[in-house]
Design a protein around this ligand. Structure first.
Ligand code: PAF
Length: 280
């Protein structure tokens, strides 16, 4: 299917108004492009819930720090449109940075709770304010009934869920389990930065987390499981930003073992930063 491309909020609203008139429900899949199977899976899940799916493609400058990869972030509009169309996306919204942040734009969403859990926020301090600001705009611009987010960016999922609830944005945020390659590597737009040997090496993040989760389920103390996982990754040459176990809903440090738990890790392999997480 060939999706309709719209580049302005006015054109987007014309389309969604006509869907509403027909009584259709629709989901949004926010992306920064570099579309892979993780994104097309979100489209498929959106199609199961709703009559129409909108994907958005916008490389959001507000969530990149000066030293991060904004300029070299992979961009391929034609390829992205083709892949999203093949997955069944009805409409793609591709705003320009100038439209998204028109001259005089000053508003930022300020966050608490899961955005201050000491995970990504500790290493990328401006990241979630940038994500929440653009996601709030996309939720309001699209007026979608559902928003599909991958669990791969687990803290992001919790941050946007909390933000939509706190700001009374009438949208249901749906978390979708991470799509992995058959060998376990989580699909990510940044995997293209990995060399062939690094790609092989990167598998250790998922296998180490899986191993730690098994040990925790078998009764191992949380701190020793975390220490062992960190040591394993360091011994394999990763520069570990964090390996931690958190309450799966709030991302707070767990007080009891019977809370819902999530193991979460971020580590550098060469020049590429990888994140992953799994339920315990
Ligand atoms: O996960 C992403 O690709 C981005 O953070 C998002 C949600 C599209 C906001 O720019």
């Amino acid at each position: 299917m060939k999706p309709k491309l719209v580049r302005t909020v006015a054109a987007l609203r014309r389309e969604t108004a006509s869907w509403r008139k027909q009584g259709l429900r629709y989901a949004v899949v926010p992306t920064m492009g570099a579309i892979h199977e993780g994104h097309t899976h979100l489209v498929s899940k959106g199609l199961k819930r709703a009559d129409r799916v909108i994907a958005t493609i916008f490389v959001n400058p507000k969530q990149f720090a000066a030293n991060e990869d904004l300029d070299k972030y992979p961009r391929d509009e034609e390829g992205d449109v083709r892949k999203l169309g093949a997955a069944g996306t009805h409409l793609i919204f591709l705003p320009s940075p100038g439209d998204m942040y028109a001259p005089g734009f000053t508003t930022t969403v300020t966050l608490g709770g899961p955005a201050k859990a000491g995970l990504e926020d500790k290493f990328r301090p401006q990241f979630f304010d940038g994500v929440a600001t653009v996601v709030a705009k996309l939720f309001i611009q699209t007026g979608a009934d559902y928003a599909m987010f991958g669990e791969k960016d687990y803290q992001q999922l919790k941050v946007v869920t909390r933000m939509a609830k706190d700001l009374d944005i009438p949208i249901e945020v749906i978390g979708v389990p991470t799509v992995r390659d058959p060998d376990g590597l989580a699909k990510s737009s940044r995997n293209v930065y990995l060399s062939k040997p690094e790609r092989q090496h990167a598998l250790a993040i998922y296998s180490t987390l899986t191993h730690a989760a098994e040990h925790i389920r078998a009764g191992q103390n949380l701190q020793s499981a975390i220490r062992a996982a960190t040591r394993t990754l360091m011994a394999l040459g990763f520069k570990v930003d964090y390996v931690t176990v958190r309450n799966a809903d709030t991302l707070a440090i767990p007080q009891h073992r019977d809370e819902p738990l999530r193991l979460i890790a971020a580590a550098w392999l060469g020049k590429t930063r990888l994140i992953d997480n799994i339920p315990v």
